[in-house]
Design a protein around this ligand. Structure first.
Ligand SMILES: NC(=O)C1=CN([C@@H]2O[C@H](COP(=O)(O)OP(=O)(O)OC[C@H]3O[C@@H](n4cnc5c(N)ncnc54)[C@H](OP(=O)(O)O)[C@@H]3O)[C@@H](O)[C@H]2O)C=CC1
Ligand SMILES: O=C(O)C1=N[C@H](C(=O)O)C[C@H](O)C1
Length: 250
């Protein structure tokens, strides 16, 4: 069987360099290009890439995906910074590229995906929900894409169940003291040397709390999810948001 031809964008970055090694080590995949800032995207076409793993920056990701979809190349995207407007734009590009698929994964680690699912399931049973995400201090964006997505999922679950707004008697607060408001869920971002990627979802009800915590201790935690995404996206046309769609979570 022929190997799937894979390229990595952001290949010199923290996660991109790990992804290069993971693709090289996978027997069913062939790394055909590893591009960094300033490298020509035409190389992807010349190399015959079928799937691009996009691990760059929110500033670069849209142009890169526009190019890929115009050339019928599938995308597996870990880069953060997704808004409703960006997703809508991506959908229009996908409409013009029949057969092409893009996976956007706020987090490729299985534990983080499960954290999101558990938080979504638990959200309607608790009055209060807040998120603390903790990352290395070189991270460019806050809150993390994972925390933003977790907050959205919690908010959707609470809205579906008819939950009222969270209790919060705060009347005066320093700017930022109550975190960022993502769909009514406060998200607090910590940036600390020594950390990689961590998240706590705090849920509170009368007389009890539930804390769901996940820790990525090394970039290797993201690799099985990236490889799964590469193998599945070629048979999944259109836009898929969340690696959970490629896991049999029930
Ligand atoms: N979904 C997930 O599971 C994960 C997602 N991420 C996300 O992935 C992204 C990258 O994270 P991280 O590796 O830590 O960041 P880094 O800054 O270490 O890596 C980004 C790399 O992309 C390069 N780059 C910038 N612009 C382009 C371009 N136009 N074409 C090709 N390469 C480019 C940068 O080059 P230069 O240094 O010259 O700017 C850099 O080498 C972030 O958005 C992060 O949040 C990270 C980990 C897991
Ligand atoms: O920048 C990172 O490191 C990470 N980014 C992603 C995010 O913003 O959620 C995924 C993970 O948290 C690591």
């Amino acid at each position: 069987m022929s190997k799937l031809r894979v390229a990595v964008l952001g290949a010199k970055g923290r996660i991109g360099s790990e992804a290069v090694r993971a693709v090289e080590a996978a027997e069913d995949l062939e790394l055909v290009a590893a591009l960094g800032r300033g490298d020509k995207l035409e190389t992807l076409v010349e190399a015959g890439a079928q799937v691009v793993v996009e691990l760059t920056t929110p500033d670069a990701v849209m142009d890169n995906l526009d190019f890929c979809l115009r050339h019928g190349i599938h995308g597996v995207v870990g880069t953060t910074g997704w808004t409703d407007e960006r997703l809508a734009q991506l959908r229009t590009w996908l409409d013009a590229a029949p057969g092409a698929g893009v996976l956007i994964a706020p987090n490729f680690s299985i534990g983080a995906v499960l954290t999101m699912r558990f938080a979504q399931q638990a959200a309607r049973f608790f009055e209060s929900a807040e998120i603390i995400e903790l990352h290395h201090p070189n991270k460019a964006d806050a809150p993390s894409g994972t925390a933003a997505r977790t907050a959205q999922l919690i908010a959707e679950a609470r809205a579906e169940a008819g939950c009222p707004p969270q209790p919060d008697a705060t009347r005066t607060a320093l700017d930022g003291a109550r975190g960022a408001d993502v769909d009514g869920v406060p998200v607090h971002s910590v940036r600390l040397r020594g950390l990689l990627a961590h998240q706590e979802v705090l849920l509170g009800g009368v007389g009890e709390t539930l804390t769901i915590r996940h820790d990525s201790l090394h970039h290797s935690s993201f690799m099985p999810g990236i490889l799964l995404g590469v193998r599945r996206v070629v048979d999944t046309p259109g836009l898929t948001v969340g690696l959970e769609n490629f896991l049999d979570l029930g």
